[in-house]
Ligand binder design. Structure first.
Ligand code: NDP
Ligand code: X2W
Length: 333
């Protein structure tokens, strides 16, 4: 008998990717997959990529989930805090939503609203000291998808004193699965195809999360919806504080990180190379004209930006090698 794992919100995009990873994980037994409107439907009807997984979605209620050793919560903001409060402390939880990411209740109220649920251990193992904290935790808050791409690009440069924390500018494009599966008019194929559209310009909810985890004090983020199902490409620029090679700083920071790859000089991250993997690809340079540091960061929003990262955190919480059941390599093309 392996480690008993339940996935709440399993009918969504992040939940579907979690099911795929949990079902293929050598130490996990999938004991429950729960949904909301899709409760009672077969998993392989909602997720045809999981044909062969003989399961029906249960109702998302605490009694189904407390039977597990570890629960992944992949439900909308606000719902995961309500569920988590009803799950006993001995059951480990990784929350893919935002409910437990922020330290400051004021930021929660400003960007999300509703009751503030408090902060859990932040689930980005590549931050200094964070692996150990995650391993010692029974409650872990997974990162936002843009947040993962941007923090991995930025945090080592600020920590090394190589970039000014006060003036960080990011433009980041995301595939449509980042917005979830619920039908929304702006996500119709006719609206998305052939278009690049900025949204929540200057007001995106990941800004306080990125500042909190990276040390940035002034950050402008322009998110762009891109006509592709998966992937994030973030262009992060900052003012250098001293003449260090940003690529060298990143390579040193991630020398022991199995999923973060600083690419050889001359190669630039692009989303397709990361899809299906739990990897983040980085490359950095200094702009010849402005002198600003430029870091490009690519990942799969459902991989390192969500489900892959959640499994990486669960592995650490359970004392398993962090790479168990995860792929470093993608599926391009
Ligand atoms: N998509 C992404 O790239 C990322 C998502 N996340 C986070 O992961 C979580 C899930 O996102 P995603 O998969 O994209 O969203 P989806 O909209 O695709 O899926 C949402 C899931 O939550 C269920 N659900 C909806 N309403 C409720 C409710 N009131 N109570 C309980 N369950 C409910 C849905 O069930 P049903 O369909 O049966 O109604 C579905 O299983 C969110 O918190 C999101 O912010 C984090 C990082 C990246
Ligand atoms: C394309 C798109 O809409 N992306 C989502 C990112 C969702 C995400 O990362 O999840 P959290 O909401 O859990 O932080 C957005 O910008 O809100």
């Amino acid at each position: 008998m392996g480690i008993r794992v339940a996935v709440a919100g399993a009918s969504g995009y992040a939940g579907g990717e979690l099911l795929r990873l949990v079902a293929g994980h050598p130490e996990f037994d999938l004991v429950a997959a729960t949904a909301h409107r899709q409760a009672g439907h077969r998993v392989d009807v909602v997720h045809p990529q999981l044909t062969g997984l003989d399961l029906v979605f249960g109702e998302t209620d605490p009694t189904t989930l407390t039977d597990a050793d570890l629960v992944f919560l992949a439900v909308p903001h606000g719902e995961s805090a309500v569920l988590a409060a009803q799950i006993p402390p001995h059951v480990r939880i990784v929350d893919l939503g935002a409910d437990h990411r922020l330290a400051d209740p004021y930021h929660w109220a400003q960007y999300y609203g509703g009751p503030y649920a408090g902060q859990w251990t932040y689930g980005l193992p590549e931050l200094p000291g964070q692996r150990e904290l995650i391993a010692a935790s029974t409650r872990v808050a997974n990162t936002g998808c843009y947040a993962a791409a941007i923090i991995l690009a930025l945090a080592p440069l600020i920590a090394a004193g190589a970039a000014s924390p006060a003036d960080v500018v990011v433009v980041a494009a995301s595939g449509t699965s980042g917005a979830g599966r619920a039908a929304k008019p702006h996500l119709l194929a006719s609206e998305v195809m052939g278009d690049l559209s900025p949204y929540r310009v200057g007001t995106h909810q990941h800004v306080p999360e990125i500042k909190q985890a990276s040390g940035a004090t002034g950050l402008s983020l322009t998110p762009v919806l891109a006509p592709m199902p998966r992937g994030i490409l973030a262009t992060v620029t900052a003012v250098p504080t001293r003449g260090v090679d940003p690529q060298h700083v990143l390579a040193q920071a991630y020398a022991d990180a199995p999923f973060v790859h600083v690419l050889p000089e001359g190669r630039w991250p692009h989303t397709a190379a990361t899809l299906g993997s739990n990897s983040c690809h980085l490359q950095a340079t200094v702009d010849v004209d402005s002198g600003r540091l430029i870091v490009l960061s690519a990942l799969d929003n459902l991989g390192k930006g969500a489900a892959g990262q959640a499994v990486q955190n669960a592995n650490l919480m359970l004392g398993l090698p962090e790479t168990t059941g995860l792929s470093i390599w993608g599926v391009n093309p």
